[in-house]
Design a protein around this ligand. Structure first.
Ligand SMILES: [Zn+2]
Length: 592
């Protein structure tokens, strides 16, 4: 766990940051003032560089920016010598998936002081509070609620949107299966509740309705799957990369006034993983990912390596080239773009990925200044917090990045970070390096802690995981290691104890156990996976999906007769469960 630690050697801050008598959402502001002296400031409010400036920060806010000759530095302020260096606003990654507080230092070390998280869980809302209170160190978090990931009724959507707004999420995230019937109600309620709109282009409503509703679009790929697929059927093979239609797509987007997060370097990593996974895996920064995320990239589990056949390589390469043209056309028309990476499960790594997206934008024809806008002012405007961050100006939050080189001359200079100030806390290059170096070990420490606590104090383990493991990765890994080390009976006991400790625990819910089983199946540990799925059918006999999962594992393990039997059971329990059509087809094909 990376928490703010007093013994960390923060230059400008004392133990006061840890004082506990704080209102729930109060931002901690008792750090002494700090001044960057003799800095070349790139304020990002217009394209210019202000030489030899002093920037004073007090109570987490920028209070003075001016020529070093004239600015009076408050008494007692720490001084950061920025002579010959370049000071830019903290960067914002407009598309991330935060899996663990352990990865947050990776963002800071790369100059990312704000993130927009695209599938929020209660843990993210908690981290945001802890960060604001100075109890956890990390970027400022904006987050959508949980993804709208399946078709629902309009009434259900309205209820869910209200729940998300009440919980404190900033926006809604729309995903592919949202239906045309429900979409207008979802959007209308989100607007009524003043939530940000972001997501894929849901296939039912399709492109025009989506943009005209004012929903911003994540991933340029989404244009290709919808606007550029005349058959509207979600088959990649039916996409027509027709450049003559780009102006029409751009016009609709521009008229709608929406933002677009291209995640184009992300798509480039998808192409690389599909066509040359070895090269992708050579990235030394992979070691900063949790082991369970690293495992997803390995050849056996890699969804892009295994998802595309060599026959499809030309299609994805064409798509990448086409998206690059589309990017430039959108930019030229004045559509506001946002820099987003989709880190860490698609390809780009937390923090590090933002520099690749900048490079991609510059390679596609943006100037370095225009590329920087996509991760500063544009994101601040989209998030409706342009009065708080995105520029180096008096009154803005003290989120600042000190660079060795001038990024307006060479965009790659954003990679050479000499120090980061986040909400007024200065983290030197050496401090950032120590935090980053500790990241790989932090995952192991956390796993050991969770495994020990699961045995000694299940209730505490459940609480810890609820607060720190939004996608159940640590919990599932811990239980699966217990299954392996101590056998299935021990694990079964443990699951029961955890359910007793917290009947609502997601980790040992039907879905949690299903997730655990699929984790084991992904590692080809068939016997253990089947035992886990079997347990789920016994504990949740009225759920069709438990039999479906068991059947899936049995089929993969080569046990066709039992697989058929359990698909039949699944259909018997609920003939209309989500995977029913596939199961029925499987039975028809394999029973003969
Ligand atoms: Zn995403």
């Amino acid at each position: 766990m990376i928490r703010f630690r007093n013994g960390f050697g923060m230059l400008c801050f004392g133990a006061s940051l840890l004082s506990s008598a704080l209102a729930a959402d109060a931002v901690k502001t008792s750090a002494p003032p700090c001044a960057f002296v003799h800095a070349n400031v790139i304020p990002m409010n217009e394209e210019r560089l202000l030489p030899d400036q002093t920037v004073v920060v007090e109570n987490g806010t920028i209070t003075q920016v001016g020529p070093s000759k004239t600015v009076v530095i408050p008494r007692g302020a720490c001084k950061i010598d920025a002579k010959g260096k370049f000071l830019i606003p903290g960067l914002a990654d407009a598309h991330v998936h935060l899996l663990s507080p352990n990865e947050l230092p990776l963002y800071l070390a790369n100059g990312v002081t704000t993130v927009f998280n695209l599938d929020g869980h209660p843990a993210h809302l908690l981290w945001r509070k802890q960060i604001a209170r100075g109890e956890m160190i990390g970027p400022t978090i904006f987050t959508t609620g949980p993804i709208f990931e399946r078709a629902r009724t309009a009434e259900e959507d309205v209820r869910l949107v209200d729940q998300q707004a009440d919980a404190g999420y900033d926006g809604v995230k729309v995903y592919n299966p949202v239906s045309k019937a429900e979409y207008p109600a979802l959007i209308a309620e989100a607007k009524k509740r003043n939530l940000l709109l972001m997501g894929h282009v849901a296939r039912g409503p399709d492109f025009e309705l989506t943009v005209q509703s004012g929903q911003s679009i994540a991933h340029l790929e989404e244009f290709t799957y919808t606007f550029f697929n005349p058959q509207h059927d979600d088959h990649d093979a039916h996409i027509v990369y027709d450049e003559s239609r780009i102006p029409e797509a751009v016009k609709l987007t521009k008229e709608a006034g929406i933002f677009v997060t291209p995640t184009l370097s992300t798509y480039a990593t998808i192409v690389q993983q599909a066509t040359d996974l070895d090269a992708f895996l050579k990235n030394p920064e992979m070691r900063y990912l949790p082991p369970w995320t690293q495992a997803l990239y390995q050849p056996a589990a890699n969804r892009y390596k295994n998802g595309f056949s060599p026959g499809e390589y030309p299609q994805i390469r064409t798509s990448l080239a086409f998206q690059r043209k589309l990017l430039k056309a959108l930019f030229d028309a004045g559509v506001p773009l946002m820099c987003g990476t989709d880190a860490p499960e698609v390809g780009p790594l937390p923090g590090f990925g933002i520099h690749d997206e900048f490079q991609e934008f510059v390679d596609d024809g943006l100037t370095p200044y225009q590329a920087l806008q996509t991760a500063t002012v544009n994101v601040a405007r989209y998030l409706r917090h342009a009065n708080e961050f995105g520029t180096v100006e008096v009154g803005k939050r003290a989120d600042l990045v000190l660079l060795e080189g001038n990024p307006l001359v060479a965009i790659a200079s954003t990679r050479r970070v000499l120090g980061v100030m986040v909400r007024g806390e200065w983290l030197s290059q050496a401090q950032l390096a120590r935090m980053v170096d500790d990241v790989p070990a932090s995952y192991q420490r956390e796993l050991r802690r969770v495994k020990a606590e699961l045995r000694s104090n299940p209730a505490a383990a459940v609480k810890y995981l609820q607060e720190n493991d939004p996608y159940l990765n640590v919990g599932a890994t811990a239980i699966s290691e217990i299954v392996t080390a101590e056998g299935f009976d021990q694990a079964r006991d443990l699951v029961r104890k955890l359910r007793q400790a917290d009947p609502k625990s997601e980790l040992v819910s039907e879905q949690g156990i299903n997730h655990l089983g699929y984790g084991l199946l992904g590692k080809k540990r068939y016997k253990e996976a089947i035992a886990v799925f079997q347990m789920n059918t016994e504990d949740f006999p009225k759920s069709a999906n438990t039999y479906d999962s068991l059947a899936d594992a049995q089929f993969k393990a080569g046990d066709l007769p039992h697989a058929l039997e359990n698909y039949r059971k699944a259909l018997g329990v609920d003939p209309k469960y989500p995977n029913a059509d596939t199961a029925a087809k499987f039975l028809k094909d394999k029973s003969q």
